[in-house]
Design a protein around this ligand. Structure first.
Ligand SMILES: Nc1nc2c(c(=O)[nH]1)N[C@H]1C(S)=C(S)[C@@H](COP(=O)(O)OP(=O)(O)OC[C@H]3O[C@@H](n4cnc5c(=O)[nH]c(N)nc54)[C@H](O)[C@@H]3O)O[C@H]1N2
Ligand SMILES: Nc1nc2c(c(=O)[nH]1)N[C@H]1C(S)=C(S)[C@@H](COP(=O)(O)OP(=O)(O)OC[C@H]3O[C@@H](n4cnc5c(=O)[nH]c(N)nc54)[C@H](O)[C@@H]3O)O[C@H]1N2
Ligand SMILES: [Mo]
Length: 759
């Protein structure tokens, strides 16, 4: 299987490589931000828009899910948040004339970058069966088409309702209610590809699938471990929190196969010192091999157990379960095996141990570097073991901190976007709306792709996102999508999922976070939940990109009325007019949202309860925090192969490509690069600047190939390689997923590098 790079694109991918950076942000970032923002929005709109990001009366940044501090700067945004805003508030438009000029066959040949750069979608568009052009369609006709296809299904389980994590709480709640009233739990979401492993590991061990720290905890920690995360690019505002922790005396350990600029040195653009020298953040950099983290923490746990007085015995006795089985497994950890699995030196591990033993309060932060491996769930459970051993959960300055991706991905799950909903949630939902929600589990992302591929799902509906580009095994996923009867995308911007469609397709254009949302009941706001369980309002200020847009809640309400009939008991019309009426229902269905409307009126919002954090209560099956004792796993590489991680550049937001540079890593003007350790490159005879095809090897024997990547000699850990997503999703086998969470293992793909034919 070969995927050609997009043809017929004015964008030329021709990477140039310079020295990598050792500091993040500072003045160059400000210049870069404003340049990109001006290109998309012009000068005046840039100023207006950026000043209301993350302010208490403004909108929530559509970038990442990092929380807002209590005391906000006038400009509480970062370089990459500003890019996310500029992409949405752009003045460029994709109109019906655009679709008349560009048939779908043309769009399918374009790069994701080119598609995204065309601007905001302005009209509902319909692709009839057999046609090659989208044509404008009225909202009424669009809903009729969806209703036609949904009612033609032999079971509601033949429909799939995907969500990407930008959707507000209100829209998410309505959306899952609609799917469940229709009769299905097929509610896959981007979380299935993102932090599902964290949710799985945490629910089982501490009883809540979310992080147990607030921003203040990070500020008060003695030791912050940042594992498998690149905050300089993906959560830049987290660097301010790390800087503050540091100023309060914390030490920082970074565990990563790559040296990442933000973690080395941070030049905070909001302080005078930050503009010059900046703060050096990392005290200890553990350059771990991909997938070695479980082994590292297992050994560390053994060393803690072996140190007299190091275990918080009182906490272990009072609050935990399973200690003895865990301790037995941990005591068997072996130095040699761990050093081989991690690629670390003995001194590294010993220094880490000393820092741990010197610290009262420890926070461990992580993101995709830990969640997207076959053994991610036991890996994260081992980190929980590590924290439990010294009582580091449920006290100030300590805890687990999975750093979420999309700005409301955590809130969407809280609102019931989940293919395996808890029975208590369904009970409450059924009681509130007087119906019997379906109980059978639905499809997650990977299972939805299989169902589409096998003809078992026929309608695919997406509330945001770019499913075909974000999902693994691009060719399989695209073929699956093409088998659907109908694909529908509620979107702000054009993307590849609009070009790779079912027999019929709809694009339903919607309002973004930055835009004013006017309904019959007046101007509306929505709410979101950040990575630390803080819920707050988000209110757009800009004129909508087009008068034909509907808000996400309005789209769901109108669709639900059309499909379920005007006699349906749910007051969809009222919900559309006034989102406060939706919040009243959320308050009655979702624990922690009591008195929602009153509490969200408070500037800055409120914190959701979290039993382990607030009261050291662990709502697990055993009623205690669970130690676990899984066997240690790590990837075994066949001779001459590398372990490839697929990650983000500095100029992208998932599948939205802002530009072709990855400034901190010294890459410019191209994305088809593969970073390889110089010693591995020498052993494999791969000169810097040569071109290779990446060929993934998986036990199904299928050859998956991504052609034409420039080799870049780069200081990653031995045996490891890195290349950007989504170009490399073609290499990730659909069935290569994490145990338990079923998340695609897109950070550990075994590849061989072949000289490109064109080289
Ligand atoms: N600007 C911007 N912001 C974003 C996004 C974006 O695309 N652009 N995406 C958003 C989303 S949805 C998410 S989920 C987050 C993603 O945020 P991150 O998780 O920071 O994103 P990745 O680029 O996937 O980076 C993975 C990091 O883990 C490291 N890593 C890989 N494998 C391993 C391993 O086995 N062990 C360890 N210890 N480290 C490893 C990589 O070297 C890299 O530093 O960011 C969110 N914020
Ligand atoms: N190989 C590999 N694959 C990965 C990953 C990886 O690290 N490696 N990361 C995974 C992760 S962590 C994630 S979260 C997924 C991301 O998967 P998705 O969430 O599906 O993808 P995005 O690229 O974030 O979606 C971008 C599109 O969302 C739409 N959009 C933007 N804002 C809004 C809005 O306000 N409303 C609506 N309705 N639409 C909007 C725009 O049309 C835009 O084109 O990808 C996953 N895939
Ligand atoms: Mo994500």
């Amino acid at each position: 299987m070969a995927t050609k790079p997009p043809q017929g694109d004015p964008v030329q991918d021709a990477p140039k490589v310079a020295e990598r950076k050792r500091a993040a942000a500072g003045l160059p970032a400000i210049g870069h931000t404003l340049r990109m923002a001006h290109q998309q929005m012009g000068v005046k709109r840039t100023a207006l828009t950026l000043l209301s990001v993350n302010q208490k009366d403004g909108f929530d940044c559509p970038g990442c899910a990092w929380p807002e501090p209590e005391h906000r700067h006038k400009a509480e945004f970062c370089e990459n948040g500003a890019k996310a805003v500029a992409e949405e508030a752009t003045l460029r438009r994709v109109t019906p004339e655009f679709f008349a000029a560009h048939p779908v066959s043309d769009l399918a040949r374009r790069s994701g970058y080119w598609l995204g750069q065309q601007g905001r979608l302005t009209h509902p568009m319909y692709l009839p069966e057999g046609a090659d052009h989208y044509e404008p369609v009225s909202w009424e006709r669009a809903f009729d088409i969806v209703a036609e296809e949904l009612t033609a299904l032999s079971s509601p389980d033949e429909a799939v309702f995907y969500t990407s994590g930008r959707t507000s709480n209100e829209a998410a709640f309505l959306y899952q209610l609609f799917a469940r009233k229709l009769g299905t739990n097929n509610l896959p979401d981007c979380s299935n590809m993102c932090h599902e492993s964290s949710g799985s590991a945490l629910s089982e061990t501490i009883g809540v699938g979310k992080g147990s720290v607030l921003l203040e905890d990070l500020h008060q920690a003695d030791l912050v471990v940042v594992a498998g995360q690149n905050p300089g690019t993906n959560h830049p505002r987290m660097l301010s929190a790390l800087e503050k922790a540091k100023a309060n005396g914390a030490r920082i350990v970074s565990v990563n196969p790559l040296p990442e600029a933000g973690l080395e040195r941070f030049k905070n653009p909001q302080t005078p010192k930050g503009l010059t020298t900046g703060t050096s953040l990392t005290d200890l950099f553990l350059q771990i091999r991909i997938g070695g983290d479980q082994a590292l923490f297992r050994l560390l746990n053994k060393l803690i157990l072996d140190t007299p007085g190091a275990v918080d015995e009182e906490f272990v006795r009072a609050h935990t379960h399973g200690f003895h089985a865990f301790a037995e497994a941990a005591r068997a950890a072996d130095w040699d095996e761990t050093l081989a699995a991690t690629g670390l030196a003995r001194e590294d591990v010993e220094r880490f141990l000393r820092m741990v033993l010197d610290s009262e309060r420890i926070v461990v932060c992580w993101a995709m570097g830990l969640t997207q491996h076959k053994h991610s769930v036991p890996m994260i459970r081992e980190i929980v073991n590590f924290l439990l051993l010294r009582g580091n959960i449920g006290r100030p300055g300590a805890g687990v901190c999975p750093v979420r991706g999309h700005s409301n991905v955590q809130g969407d799950r809280t609102m019931g976007i989940f293919e395996r909903p808890a029975p208590a949630f369904l009970d409450a939902l059924g009681r509130e709306f007087g119906f019997a929600p379906p109980r059978e589990h639905g499809y997650d992302v990977v299972r939805a792709i299989r169902a589409l591929r096998d003809g078992e799902a026929k309608v695919f509906f997406a509330m945001g996102g770019n499913f075909v580009s974000a999902s693994p095994d691009t060719e399989v996923t695209e073929a699956a999508m093409r088998r659907a009867r109908l694909t529908v995308h509620v979107s702000t911007k054009l993307n590849r999922s609009h070009a790779v469609t079912g027999a019929r397709a709809l694009i339903l254009p919607t309002l973004g976070r930055t835009e004013r949302d006017l309904q019959a009941g007046g101007e509306q706001f929505v709410t979101v939940e950040d990575s630390m369980g803080m819920v707050h309002a988000s209110r757009g200020r800009l004129e909508p990109a087009s008068p034909h847009l509907l808000s996400e809640p309005a789209i769901v309400c109108r669709l639900a009325r059309r499909v379920l009939g005007a006699e349906d008991d749910v007051p969809w019309e009222e919900f559309e007019k006034d989102y406060a009426t939706v919040r009243d229902r959320i308050a009655r269905v979702v624990p922690g949202f009591e008195d929602f409307n009153a509490r969200v009126a408070h500037p800055g919002g409120f914190a959701l309860p979290h039993a382990p954090r607030d009261e050291r209560r662990f709502p697990t099956a055993t009623g205690k925090a669970n130690f676990t004792a899984a066997p240690v796993e790590y990837p075994h590489l066949p001779e001459g192969r590398l372990l490839l991680q697929t990650l983000r550049s500095h100029d992208q937001y998932n599948t939205t490509i802002y530009g072709l540079d990855d400034r901190y890593r010294g890459i410019r003007n191209g994305r088809r690069v593969v970073l390889v350790n110089p010693d591995d490159a020498e052993a494999l005879q791969l000169a810097d600047g040569s071109y290779v095809d990446l060929v993934s090897e998986w036990k199904d024997g299928v050859e998956r190939r991504a052609p034409g990547f420039r080799v870049v000699h780069y200081p990653t850990a031995r045996g490891c390689a890195a290349a950007y997503y989504p170009e490399t999703n073609v290499l990730v086998p659909l069935d290569a997923t994490a145990d338990v969470s079923n998340t695609p293992a897109s950070k550990s793909v075994v590849v061989r590098l072949e000289q490109s034919a064109t080289d």
